[in-house]
Design a protein around this ligand. Structure first.
Ligand code: SAM
Length: 288
């Protein structure tokens, strides 16, 4: 059972999403939790104090980031075990999404400390919902590697991926990254660059990768700020059509043999791939 605090809320580790630009995007629940928490663990206390000051929140801020000592993490966990409420925030958006917090959440859960998410802004979902690319299935790849070699290797491993691809990118590497995407995914692949989401210079610009290479270098302003890049997934490969004569042979074999043997024999007779013949043989026999 979760510990109850004096005001009736649950003593827990709260994972609190904060805005990715526009301060109006903070939720009422996030404000309540930040106000009522015993302490706020923040990636950068100086950065987050601007947010807390803006909303008149006086809760003590302590620093917690990926390079924090394990003693700092132990101290936060000890506070939680003593029944205190801790709110984890990052510099922007949802903690743990390309941001610190994974180890703290894992250890809290291992210690049966309640971990309660307070949802809100996140750059990847903000970009995805406005990009006009398929949203039913997508892959988030975080930041591509800084160096060209591993970055291209990552893109090459994703060439056949049919789900929408989502990347975070910095202003220093956006042009090089788009150029590598163009080379690896092909100049005609559709993509969308989302820049400065929820901020004054918000830009959502979609085109094929070749055109985006031109756009990103055409104006220095296009390379300023924070970026999410979305790339259309690869087109599904059209099924190779079975030649009519092979289809006929397969049907004859299926009249005398089980699916597996018919496919194996057809593969020996025709030189075609056993897998493709097996798949087709299954279709034919289940349609009978
Ligand atoms: N935790 C954050 C979230 O929920 O999206 C992401 C943190 S990650 C360190 C920062 C990166 O997110 C930026 O470099 C950029 O790629 C992306 N990002 C954050 N805010 C953004 C914004 N307003 N517009 C576009 N991209 C943004």
């Amino acid at each position: 059972m979760a510990n109850q605090t004096a005001d009736g809320s649950v003593a827990a580790l709260y994972i609190v999403a904060t805005p990715i630009g526009n301060l109006g995007d903070i939720s009422q629940r996030a404000l309540d939790v930040l106000r009522q928490a015993d302490l706020i663990a923040a990636e950068d206390t100086r950065h987050s104090s601007r947010l807390t000051q803006h909303f008149g929140i006086t809760t003590r801020l302590v620093s917690y980031h990926d390079f924090s000592s394990s003693a700092r993490e132990d101290a936060i966990l000890a506070d939680l075990q003593a029944g205190r409420t801790v709110a984890l925030i990052s510099d922007a958006g949802t903690p743990l999404i390309s941001d610190p917090g994974y180890s703290l959440v894992l250890r809290a859960r291992q210690l049966s400390i309640p971990v309660i998410p307070i949802p809100g802004a996140c750059a990847l979902t903000t970009a995805l919902c406005a990009a006009g690319l398929p949203t039913d299935r997508f892959v988030f790849e975080g930041f591509p590697a800084h160096k060209q070699g591993p970055r291209r290797q990552l893109f090459e491993s994703l060439v056949e991926e049919q789900r929408t691809l989502i990347f975070y990118e910095s202003p220093h590497r956006i042009a090089d990254s788009i150029a590598d995407m163009c080379e690896v995914f092909g100049s005609q692949r559709q993509a969308v660059i989302c820049r400065e989401l929820t901020k004054t210079w918000e830009t959502i610009h979609g085109d094929n990768l070749q055109a985006l290479c031109g756009w990103i270098t055409a104006d220095d302003n296009n390379r300023r700020g924070e970026f999410v890049v979305l790339v259309h997934g690869a087109a599904a490969r059209a099924e190779e059509e079975m030649p009519a004569e092979v289809e006929r042979q397969l049907r004859v074999l299926l009249e005398e043999l089980p699916v597996k043997q018919a496919a194996a024999l057809a593969a020996r007779l025709t030189g075609l791939k056993k897998n493709a013949l097996y798949k087709r043989a299954l279709e034919i026999s289940s349609a009978r």
